[in-house]
Design a protein around this ligand. Structure first.
Ligand SMILES: Cc1cc2nc3c(=O)[nH]c(=O)nc-3n(C[C@H](O)[C@H](O)[C@H](O)COP(=O)(O)OP(=O)(O)OC[C@H]3O[C@@H](n4cnc5c(N)ncnc54)[C@H](O)[C@@H]3O)c2cc1C
Length: 387
């Protein structure tokens, strides 16, 4: 008489876009029992755009979510289809160059829309909300995670996707004998906002600024500052991020009692770009209530995996937003492990080996990008060459 093998239990901690995609991919495999634990009462992403490079778009397709992605995604309109970003001087919007991603161009989505689309496809019994992971233990082949409400979940493999402030990273680092690392302030802050594209079009027309700058993704460059724009929501909204770097100190520190994300005063934002030209000024004037983000990253880690626990996404390799589209990189774990976890031979022999393969395959590349010199960590203009 043949006994049915129990499903391999996989716990995912964190409910960002990449972990929901991973849960979606894994929950299609009958040999796996998947649970995703999110600390918030529901899935939620900031209402902002996120842009992916060609490699991330391929990874998304590989996860079987290419179709919902394309339903929500914007891409550069013809005849500029292959343009990823145009690069311009902030002072007068003078054209400098363009980066191309043949066949993909600029691919971007509204974060909340895409997360909702993915989450709606997740089986109901996968996500569990109001579960803040606090502690992880591994004994023999059992792994358990304890939540702040005192409950405990036991699983065979645990994937920590709980962001840059990961509560599980210390467990992995301590277990491999490495020093626990804390996020570090990059000395770069970003103003963020979404603009109704018709409002921007009207403002551009009124002031004689080319509408091409609305439809095609732009990167305006200045000294220690840059502004990026790309459309989301089928061009109805323009996503704007305006970065300012303070290079007055070699060891920048963000006060521990100050939130990383806050609302900002439009006047202060406009002052930071006071000597820039009409096109970026009009953009910023259209953002009545910007938010202000203190950008942090992580030093490269000596390991993402210990035994049956793996770190993915920002928990493993938080980088500055342009350093090769960090969210984009988070897709690699889903792509990599989804295929490996679908391999019944591998599961039968040693499930933890899947995580080891992920660590060996993905960490060197992520670390190589993190190792980029400081100028590259802080300025997208220099970083694009890495991709
Ligand atoms: C201004 C800005 C612009 C950016 N633009 C881009 C871009 O255009 N393209 C790009 O690719 N990347 C971009 N990034 C980076 C990208 O946003 C991150 O890399 C990505 O969101 C990380 O995803 P994650 O799932 O690892 O973590 P998060 O998105 O941080 O998700 C972590 C989740 O875990 C939950 N959580 C946290 N702690 C616990 C716990 N203890 N227990 C349970 N749940 C927990 C949180 O509530 C959250 O839902 C940008 C970042 C910034 C700041």
């Amino acid at each position: 008489m043949s006994m049915k093998k129990p499903a391999l239990r996989i716990g995912i901690v964190g409910g960002g876009i990449a972990s929901v995609a991973l849960a979606l991919d894994l929950s299609r495999r009958s040999q796996l029992e998947v649970k995703l634990f999110e600390s918030a009462p529901a899935f939620g992403e900031v209402g902002a755009g996120v842009s992916f490079g060609a490699n991330a778009v391929r990874a998304i397709a590989g996860l079987g979510i290419g179709e919902p992605y394309l339903q929500t995604a914007d891409r550069t309109p013809a005849p500029w289809d292959d343009v990823w970003f145009e690069w311009r001087r902030g002072v007068d919007a003078g054209y400098l160059s363009a980066s191309f991603a043949p066949g993909v161009g600029q691919s971007s989505v509204h974060r909340a829309d895409f997360l909702n689309t993915l989450a709606s496809r997740l089986p109901n019994n996968v996500p569990v909300f109001n579960k803040r992971a606090q502690q992880v233990e591994q004994t023999g082949s059992a792994t358990s995670v304890t939540f702040s409400d005192g409950s405990v979940y036991e699983c065979d493999l645990l994937i920590a996707a709980d962001g840059i402030k990961s509560s599980i990273r210390p467990h992995v680092l301590n277990s491999i004998g490495a020093e626990v690392v804390a996020p570090r302030f990059s000395a770069t802050c970003a103003y963020r906002g979404l603009i109704d594209s018709q409002l921007l079009r009207d403002a551009n027309r009124a002031q004689g600024v080319d509408e091409h700058l609305i439809d095609v993704p732009q990167m305006y460059l200045g000294l220690d500052a840059h502004i990026l724009t790309f459309p989301v929501k089928q061009g109805r909204i323009i996503n704007v991020v305006a970065f300012v770097s303070d290079r007055s100190t070699a060891t920048p520190v963000w006060p521990s009692d100050k939130p990383w994300v806050n609302s900002a005063d439009q006047k202060v934002m406009l002052k930071a770009f006071a000597d820039w030209g009409d096109a970026p000024r009009i953009l910023l004037e259209c953002i009545a209530s910007p938010t202000y983000w203190a950008l942090h990253d992580l030093a490269e880690l000596p390991g993402y995996v210990h035994g049956r626990v793996a770190l993915i996404g920002d928990a493993a390799h938080a980088m500055l937003s342009h350093q090769g589209q960090v969210q984009g990189r988070a897709w690699r774990m889903p792509g990599c492990s989804g295929n490996l976890l679908g391999d019944s031979q591998m599961l039968d022999t040693d499930p933890a080996a899947v995580l080891k393969v992920y660590d060996e395959a993905r960490r060197p590349r992520a670390c190589r990008l993190q190792r980029a010199p400081p100028g590259r960590r802080e300025n997208s203009m220099k970083c694009v060459t890495l991709w």
